[in-house]
Write a protein of this length. Structure first.
Length: 163
């Protein structure tokens, strides 16, 4: 089966929330806010069913990305039953092409540090993403040596790729 990638519009908000629901996530107003800023949302479909999505944010919160005008791939998700089928790779590749078309020289992505993020960690390295060299972050702020912070989805390694 072919994987189809399309750019989402505001008329796709209910489909995006349906995917969020399938992932066990809730964040009222999240997708509406993405459309209000300089972001692109892509939806992946397989066999006529939406199976994943991601956001390319051209106004990232992370300081290094802001300083260097690096857009960030965020909230990349594939529903559990559709994982390990190349869907995340297709979404990432589509974002890379969009960024290149905008004249961007680098693109960023972050990854969580706990075991459930293991497949994503390996995928991002396989696709050429490297740690940015500034250590880990919590909610996009650098974590200093000796600091304590929760080990949750906001604890991440920031990565970059030259396009």
């Amino acid at each position: 089966m072919d994987i189809e990638i399309k750019q989402a519009g505001e008329d796709d908000i209910s489909a995006l929330y349906k995917l969020y629901d399938l992932l066990g996530k809730k964040d009222a107003g999240y997708f509406e806010s993405c459309f209000k800023k300089d972001s692109v949302i892509l939806i992946a479909s397989k066999a006529g069913h939406d199976v994943g999505f991601g956001v390319l944010n051209f106004e990232p919160k992370y300081g290094l990305y802001k300083k260097l005008a690096i857009p960030e791939i965020q909230d990349l998700n594939v529903i559990p039953e559709a994982r390990q089928q190349g869907i995340a790779t297709k979404i990432i590749e589509a974002f890379e092409h969009i960024a290149q078309d905008q004249g961007v020289e680098q693109i960023g992505i972050s990854v969580g540090l706990t075991k459930p993020y293991g497949p994503a960690q390996r995928l991002y390295v396989k696709l050429g993403y490297m740690p940015d060299g500034y250590g880990i972050t919590y909610d996009r702020e650098a974590v200093t040596h000796g600091a304590s912070c929760p080990v949750d989805d906001d604890l991440a390694l920031m990565m970059v790729k030259k396009l």
